[in-house]
Design a protein around this ligand. Structure first.
Ligand SMILES: Nc1ncnc2c1ncn2[C@@H]1O[C@H](COP(=O)(O)OP(=O)(O)OP(=O)(O)O)[C@@H](O)[C@H]1O
Ligand SMILES: [Mg+2]
Length: 516
């Protein structure tokens, strides 16, 4: 007789059902054979299953146990199958009847029968719900995360003893439900606030525009001028994530194993700041069983590349395609997975090797050639994808020591959200590559033509700028897109002279530093 226990696994951030099927042949040597493309961790499950069963006095069938993980053609990984495998090999005749119908099980076993957390549980719970399961049994530490799925009973299990008592109806485990109150408590309070940053009004204004249009930003300035400080506070002025965005970000972090234990739902926009020595796989995703990289962990939030010129050019150029597509596909022997990666790129750098070129009081010791070679370390194609470039000057003492408070992030966020809402109406029926167009930075040439209409005076200013600043066609389009975002703050359909002037000011560094 074949015994079947349902479980789930993930491919990328999508969960799928796995049937754990077991047949046994008695009077043959004692062995467990696991088939259905398991990885090493799954092949080692036999040791954990037998030890856990023994320490909890649970009877296992004798003889040759063949355990198949169906669909057999799909590669499986991780330790989450320990629990369903154990349930499939239990000698139920000796146990008394337990009903496993309509239930799905996930969890790693310790040798003493404790049930330990695994990665990707939210995606598994969502898949189980879609497939019509009534209940999913998950490790206690994963239960809050799984309960975000809603519409399926999530039973948190600490150990085999509790599970068996529940299945036999001796002692019921209550399903985990996140109350509205708990959800509200999770609803992030951003710990970093723009009001901590003194002065730097131009930089803050530029970041406000960036947040509204989801424009990529480059900040150039001397050491200690507050670039990192500003970047870290950017998520606090971006509009709050929708529940769907929050769930998608949570699924990525859950699969990557980076979900903080006390955060079942990621409600703050992610901020990722990889070190400049990060590898291509670390940035874009990879590994034998491909895991999300920094660009996916930053999905819906900010990817901050500090000390930008120190990053390996070949590594950062990998970002080009994913930045256009909002997703990254990783191919490995073990399979192909796609992760979403819709992030805002914020890069920061010094203006030269010594850091003081253009400084108000300190002298720069770099030669012009050294300066140029420093700037040229940045990948041109990547620079092309950065709409806003700003200079962050070092602060004067009076500003730094002043007691007067700066504007709070919450107030800036309100303006940003209002500008976004205005843009959203315009983009209601628009798409890019089959996906809804959401932000000004995503506009294609045809959208720029339709939605970025300057007034007569605006056209005159653009003409002057085009001739005197030597703009390229690409630069011209970028100014229009930026002006569109500036105009959104005024709820203005047309791009006025003022909007265009501000947009031009947000892109002047090309010429100052690269002579473009
Ligand atoms: N505008 C500011 N308001 C308040 N404090 C500031 C400001 N700018 C800098 N500081 C102080 O200086 C410290 C360094 O700032 P930060 O790390 O952001 O500089 P940076 O521009 O990133 O420098 P680097 O180029 O060396 O990376 C901050 O931790 C903060 O204490
Ligand atoms: Mg810094």
């Amino acid at each position: 007789m074949v015994k079947i226990v349902c479980s789930a696994a993930v491919n990328g951030i999508d969960g799928f059902l796995v049937s754990v099927e077991c047949v046994y042949a008695s009077n043959v040597r004692e062995k467990m054979e696991i088939i259905g493309l398991p990885d090493t961790a799954i092949r080692e499950a036999e040791g954990r299953v037998r030890a856990a069963a023994a320490s909890c006095n649970l009877p296992i069938m004798h003889g040759l146990l063949t355990v198949n993980l169906a669909p057999a053609s799909q590669k499986k990984e991780g330790t989450g199958f320990d629990l369903p495998i154990l349930l499939s090999v239990l000698d139920t005749d000796k146990l008394g009847s337990i009903n496993l119908g309509g239930k799905c099980f996930v969890g790693e076993l310790s040798l003493t029968g404790e049930i330990k957390p695994v990665c990707g549980v939210l995606s598994m719970a969502l898949a189980a719900k879609e497939l019509g399961f009534r209940e999913i049994f998950v490790p206690y530490d994963n239960a809050a995360e799984a309960s975000i799925a809603r519409g399926i009973n999530v039973i948190p299990v600490r150990n085999l003893k509790e599970l068996m008592n529940h299945l036999k109806g001796i002692e019921t485990i209550e399903p985990k439900k996140l109350s509205m109150k708990e959800l509200q408590e999770i609803a992030a309070l951003d710990t970093l606030d723009f009001c901590d940053v003194k002065g730097q009004d131009d930089a803050k204004f530029a970041l406000e525009i960036a947040a509204a249009g989801f424009h990529n930003v480059l900040m150039i300035g001397p050491p200690g001028s507050g670039k990192s400080m500003l970047a870290k506070r950017l998520p606090s002025i971006m509009p709050r994530m929708t529940l769907n965005d929050a769930i998608e970000s949570t699924r990525i972090h859950s699969v990557a194993g980076t979900l903080p234990s006390n955060t079942p739902l990621i409600t703050s926009r992610p901020f990722r700041s990889p070190h400049h020595t990060v590898s291509a796989a670390g940035l874009a995703g990879g590994g034998k069983y491909p895991l999300p990289g920094e660009i996916s962990l930053a999905h819906n939030g900010v990817l901050f590349l500090d000390e930008f010129p120190e990053f390996d050019k070949t590594t950062t150029e990998i970002l080009r395609q994913p930045m256009e597509d909002g997703k990254v596909t990783i191919t490995r022997v073990s399979g192909r997975v796609t992760y979403p990666c819709n992030f805002m790129l914020v890069a920061a750098m010094n203006p030269c090797k010594c850091g003081y070129y253009g400084h108000l009081t300190k002298a720069c010791i770099c030669s012009p050639a050294a300066r140029l070679s420093y700037m040229n370390k940045i990948s041109g194609p990547l620079l092309d994808r950065i709409d806003i470039q700003i200079e962050v000057q070092s602060l004067e003492f009076a500003t730094l020591s002043s007691e007067s408070g700066a504007e709070k992030s919450a107030d800036i966020r309100q303006r940003v959200s209002a500008a976004r809402a205005y843009a959203a109406k315009r983009f209601e029926f628009e798409t890019v590559n089959g996906k809804p167009l959401l932000f000004n930075s995503q506009m294609q040439a045809e959208h720029v033509k339709r939605f970025c209409m300057p007034t007569q005076k605006g056209i005159e200013l653009l003409k002057k700028a085009y001739d005197s600043l030597g703009l390229s066609a690409r630069g011209y389009d970028k100014i229009l897109k930026l002006a569109r975002t500036v105009a959104d703050f005024d709820n203005s359909e047309m791009l006025t002279e003022d909007h265009i002037l501000l947009a031009i000011q947000l892109r002047t560094l090309d010429r100052n530093y690269w002579g473009k």
